[in-house]
Design a protein around this ligand. Structure first.
Ligand code: VGL
Ligand code: ZN
Length: 186
């Protein structure tokens, strides 16, 4: 069985947010179409969210590289209001401990067990950001033995360096991910 994973489409990663991904909101439309498709076919849809304590070690003032973002319970940490949320979906919070960074949705979340319980062996990955949480979620999924598709028009990079997004695609393909367009699925 196949599952859709929507990574970190939160206010802080969208334009106007604390760690905005340029044009981050353009992923929402293809993601909504995919969510509705997966829902209508009875396939699992999983949302991850970056859900940091206010003193998270990834923040610059605590020695990390990022501005304060996605603090649990704040507006910035909420999923974008335009995101379609199916009636049945799984919500996974990650990087919830002050000392631990977790770019992957599989890190200390129990997500792999959920997927195994639902007989999921193939995941379709979308969301933000290509070069951090999407990439690391894909790497872990491949390591765990899932077949992985990444939807190119449903992900966007932070691009701290100009070509980080492109490099992330190359690395994901090298490890065995397949790159698709949402129109290949819809
Ligand atoms: C992310 C930077 C910091 C992401 C999370 O969701 O890609 N990026 N925290
Ligand atoms: Zn973060």
């Amino acid at each position: 069985m196949k599952a859709l994973i929507v990574v970190d489409v939160q206010n802080d990663f969208c334009p106007g947010g604390a760690l905005a991904v340029a044009k981050g909101e353009i992923v929402i439309e293809p993601i909504n179409k995919l969510s509705q498709l997966f829902e209508s076919e009875g396939m699992a849809v999983i949302f991850t969210r970056d859900w940091h304590p206010a003193n998270h070690s990834s923040f610059k003032k605590y020695g990390g590289i990022w501005p304060v973002h996605c603090v649990a319970g704040t507006h910035g940490a909420e999923l974008h209001a335009d995101l379609y949320f199916p009636g049945v979906a799984i919500l996974v919070s990650k990087a919830t401990l002050p000392e631990k960074e977790a770019y992957s949705g599989f890190q200390q979340t129990g997500l792999a067990s959920w997927l195994h319980d639902m007989d999921v062996d193939h995941i379709v990955v979308t969301g933000l950001a290509t070069d951090y949480c999407v990439k690391n979620t894909v790497f872990d999924a491949i390591t765990l033995g899932f077949k992985v598709d990444v939807v190119i028009d449903a992900v966007m990079p932070v691009n701290l360096n100009r070509d980080d997004g492109e490099k992330a695609f190359a690395e994901m393909v090298e490890r065995g991910a397949r790159i698709l367009n949402s129109s290949d699925l819809i």
